[in-house]
Design a protein around this ligand. Structure first.
Ligand code: G3P
Ligand code: CA
Length: 269
């Protein structure tokens, strides 16, 4: 076997279940969290947005159509935006049947419910602030819920929580509000811009289609706000060959709908 060289990891990257184990259960539901736990996967990713009455909920799209039965339950409420529905209305929706009949009755979880479930499995959370431009002040609100739920204690801060977003402003806001929280920026900034990101983000999390060994090395060359090198968690890799390829590039984590497939792409540690 080739000797491990620059940018080549000796061990398996961290495996993160994208929207839960979303190849096997409806994304961003408690069933998807449970499935990740059943597969023995420690890290779960989710997407957080806000209802009309200010509740934080876990859902990917800015509208309810793809992953719930909102069009049937609330005809005439086009375009079915998350921000135009109350938490009580969203709680009535079926967020599982679209994926498979065995998941009928799955709900869009509140952030609180999602945190309770991941905590009950002793999982770790990569929390994405989705579409923050639609939800002014959501960063502070998310930190409040995390604190109320016990997710800002020393053990969670030390390695069980990362908050990420495609919005650099949102990531910076989280860092400024609570500098002890680890953060990630979703995207592929130019190498020339990395030093600016390193002031407020611990991770640079690019699409796997944009990563190369040189890019990963460039990111690793910067130290993040907590002292260590910037990390790279890449998305969304669902097959073993691509997982091995990006691991060879030196990425620290792989975000995947099929966490068992990615984990099993590497020899046991
Ligand atoms: O965690 C990375 C990935 O989730 C970003 O893209 O659209 O799936 O939220 P998206
Ligand atoms: Ca996401």
């Amino acid at each position: 076997a080739p000797a491990a060289g620059a940018g080549v990891r000796a061990e398996r990257p961290t495996v993160i279940a994208h929207r839960g184990a979303s190849s096997y259960a409806p994304e961003n539901t408690l069933a998807a969290v449970d499935k990740a736990a059943e597969l023995g996967v420690e890290w779960v990713e989710n997407d957080v947005q806000r209802t009309k009455d200010g509740e934080l909920v876990v859902i990917h799209d800015d509208n309810l159509k793809r992953t719930t039965d909102a069009e049937e339950v609330f005809p005439g409420r086009s375009p079915w935006k998350v921000k135009d529905f109350t938490a009580a209305e969203i709680a009535r929706l079926d967020a599982g049947s679209w994926f498979g009949p065995e998941f009928a009755g799955a709900r869009v979880p509140t952030l609180q419910q999602f945190l309770d479930r991941t905590e009950s499995h002793r999982q770790k959370l990569l929390l994405e602030i989705k579409n923050p431009g639609l939800y002014p002040g959501i960063e502070q609100q998310i930190l409040k819920v995390l604190g109320d739920e016990g997710w800002l204690d020393a053990s969670h801060l030390a390695g069980r929580l990362i908050v990420q977003s495609f919005s650099a402003d949102s990531v910076r806001a989280v860092h400024d509000l609570l500098p002890t929280v680890k953060t990630g920026f979703l995207g592929t900034p130019s190498v020339a811009d990395l030093s600016r990101y390193a002031a407020f983000a611990d991770q640079i999390n690019p699409s796997y289609t944009t990563v190369s060994p040189g890019y990963v090395s460039s990111v690793h060359a910067f130290d993040g706000p907590h002292g260590g090198p910037l990390e790279v968690f890449t998305w969304t890799v669902n097959d073993a060959d691509t997982a091995r390829q990006v691991a060879g590039y030196g990425v620290d984590g792989i975000i995947t709908n099929s966490p068992d497939v990615v984990r099993d792409a590497f020899p046991a540690a």
